[in-house]
Design a protein around this ligand. Structure first.
Ligand SMILES: C[S@@+](CC[C@H](N)C(=O)[O-])C[C@H]1O[C@@H](n2cnc3c(N)ncnc32)[C@H](O)[C@@H]1O
Length: 220
């Protein structure tokens, strides 16, 4: 299997976007006198300036985890809730190139989806991803199964709703990877849904830079 993540156009686009995300975070930190990351989970994703303009993207460690996960299970039908400028989508689409698959992304803000598409084009990955614009509760409703891997990284309070919406199309052995799985008290509900006591999911919590992610294996 070739390793598309190391292809020069992919690596250069990722390096550029990670650097831009870091610069934006730093500029905001200075602007807000070091108050730290905006608490986006308390904001409405449709109206908040942060959701419309900021990367809020995963880091390279989480990116490589996504990339390896797709390849490890040979995922071809990959769905992403919350694309933003497409940093995570670049990792997923690079892996989809290796498995012969495709990513269906979702982003509420049209300006972000546009930039995500342009990033995918710069990386030579346009054919591997389709970004749907609008509320994922609508745009992902019609995604066809069987889904091999679902990445949850949109509004945290919608994780359960999105998962339930797509649940009947997750194939046995699918991975559900969730960023900031422990972010909100309300996410206790999410972890309850996929965690101990669930007969459908086998879940592991994993620590990355910005909190915990979870990886759930669909049992049946
Ligand atoms: C944390 S960011 C995603 C970062 C992206 N996965 C990455 O690593 O580059 C969350 C994004 O999800 C979008 N979002 C949140 N809820 C959404 C919804 N219901 N439908 C579509 N997009 C949504 C927000 O606008 C925001 O851009």
């Amino acid at each position: 299997m070739s390793c598309t993540l190391l292809r020069p156009d992919v690596a250069a686009t990722l390096a550029r976007e990670h650097a831009a995300a870091k610069a934006m975070r730093e500029a905001r930190r200075i602007q807000s006198c070091g108050e730290g990351r905006p608490e986006t989970h308390k904001m409405d994703f449709r109206t908040s300036e942060a959701h419309r303009t900021q990367y809020l993207s995963i880091g390279p460690r989480m990116g490589r985890f996504l990339y390896n996960s797709v390849r490890a299970i040979g995922a071809r039908n990959i769905v992403e809730f919350g694309t933003s400028f497409g940093v995570s989508t670049l990792y997923l689409a690079a892996a989809a190139t290796d498995t012969g698959g495709k990513v269906t992304g979702s982003e509420y803000h049209a300006n972000k989806a546009e930039k995500a598409r342009s990033n995918l084009a710069d990386a030579g990955l346009s054919a591997r991803a389709d970004i749907r614009v609008g509320d994922a509760r609508e745009t992902l409703r019609t995604v066809e199964g069987p889904i091999d891997l679902l990445f949850l990284d949109g509004a945290k309070d919608l994780y359960i709703e999105i998962l339930k919406m797509l649940e009947d199309r997750l194939r046995p052995g699918a991975f559900v990877i969730t960023d900031n799985a422990d972010h909100l008290p309300r996410d206790e509900g999410f972890l309850r849904h996929v965690g101990q006591g669930s007969s459908r999911y086998l879940t592991t919590l994993i620590g990355f830079n910005k909190g915990m992610a979870s990886q759930s294996l669909v049992l049946s």
